[in-house]
Design a binder for this molecule. Structure first.
Ligand SMILES: [Zn+2]
Length: 395
């Protein structure tokens, strides 16, 4: 029965890992596998590892690879979708030239059709169609991993510009700042890209600064500082890790706020290896870091932000996409989106993929929750403006 379903395969090719899935026609995951990305060899070795990971996912789904309707690949680098090739995938071993990845994969998977797309573009598209940004007319996807990738959807359609739009990782957040892997200075990625963060950690450790990062890396048999190693070091209260991640959060706040000021998108989705691994608490921290440089909404919208029920002109807009988050996370976002004056900010944030529930304290302690219609001392239940007014009416 399963073999007759129009199952499809998907491969996410990352600098650290290869994630594969086989899904049915309702996009339910039937089988999946995760393999490490080869760190030596060349493009053919990476293609072989991708094929092996997809075979494992297909076996888990009870489907032969050749029975798949097709396989979609999200790859870093310069993608030529019509030629099925990938060039200059710098996070992958010895991949400076152009490699016919679609043909190599198809050959290794019994002739199944393979389609390539840019990893960030397909991830953003997936968030709009299936994930945290479902239904949004405009969205900014920020993928916080080895680098910092970005994808833009405007008026319901992906925006590629002249082919290189969405490079939020190379927005300058500090003029003349730290050197970025791209060779320029002061880019967001120079502070928030996991590769750049590791280089900074190594330099400072080499200069004598204490950190458990590299001890944890060796202990867990990792060749580099993966998202999991950063998360563990933060859990241990490692000072250097905390400082570098704090810098990354501040840089993400500046970069994303600048992008939102320019594009005025409905939804910002934070994904990527570090984004997903650090989860809800860091989504809330990034949301808080975005707030200060964000422009105020125009007066009409400010008023709409104060009211519980949106104005008619705003009612035509799709609801802000927060549904992928647990309720506590939603409250934290809504709180973080409020200016100190209590007015709502426009941009919403959501983390794609798995989420950890936020502790209720996060939502309650965030600024802007308190009713400002009356002095807090005069209101017996100063939780929200609406409840406070209701209480006042009852009095
Ligand atoms: Zn750069």
């Amino acid at each position: 029965m399963l073999a007759s379903m129009p199952a499809r395969g998907g491969i996410d090719l990352g600098g650290t890992k290869i994630q594969t899935v086989v899904v049915d026609e309702r996009d339910e995951v039937l089988g999946q596998a995760r393999h490490p990305t080869p760190q030596s060899g060349g493009p053919q070795d990476v293609a072989d590892a991708m094929a092996a990971a997809l075979r494992e996912a297909a076996a888990g789904a009870g489907v032969e690879p050749r029975a798949l309707a097709g396989v979609g690949v999200g790859s870093p680098g310069a993608i030529d979708a019509s030629a099925g090739s990938v060039g200059q995938a710098r996070n992958l071993p010895d991949w400076e030239g152009v490699f016919p990845l679609a043909r190599a994969l198809s050959d290794a998977l019994d002739g199944v059709a393979v389609t390539l797309g840019n990893d960030v573009s397909v991830a953003t598209d997936a968030e709009v169609r299936l994930g945290a940004g479902r239904g949004a007319r405009s969205l900014l996807g920020v993928f916080w991993g080895t680098g910092v990738g970005g994808g833009v959807v405007l008026d319901g359609r992906g925006w590629d510009g002249e082919g290189a739009a969405g490079e939020i990782g190379h927005m300058v957040v500090k003029q003349g700042g730290a050197r970025c892997p791209c060779g320029r200075r002061g880019c967001l990625e120079a502070y928030a890209g996991r590769g750049a963060m590791e280089a900074r950690a190594r330099r400072r450790h080499h200069d004598g600064e204490r950190t458990d990062l590299f001890h944890l890396m060796r202990k867990h048999g990792r060749p580099r500082l993966t998202s999991g190693i950063w998360a563990r070091a933060l859990d241990h209260g490692d000072r250097l890790a905390t400082e570098l991640v704090d810098e990354a959060v501040a840089a993400l706040g500046a970069g994303i706020a600048s992008a939102v000021n320019l594009l005025d998108v409905q939804v910002v989705v934070i994904g990527g290896g570090l984004g997903l691994r650090l989860g809800e608490p860091y989504r809330a921290r990034i949301a808080a870091a975005i707030a200060p440089p964000l422009q105020r909404r125009p007066p009409a919208r400010r008023a709409a932000g104060r009211a519980r029920r949106p104005r008619r002109r705003d009612r035509r807009r799709p609801a802000r996409r927060l549904s992928a988050q647990p309720a506590a996370g939603r409250r934290a976002v809504q709180a973080a989106r409020r200016a100190p004056c209590g007015r709502a900010r426009r941009a919403a944030c959501a983390v794609g993929g798995r989420l950890r529930p936020a502790p209720p304290a996060t939502a309650r302690s965030a600024p802007g929750r308190r009713c400002r219609a009356r002095p807090a001392a005069a209101c017996p239940r100063p939780r929200s403006r609406r409840r406070c007014r209701a209480a006042a009416r009852r009095r």
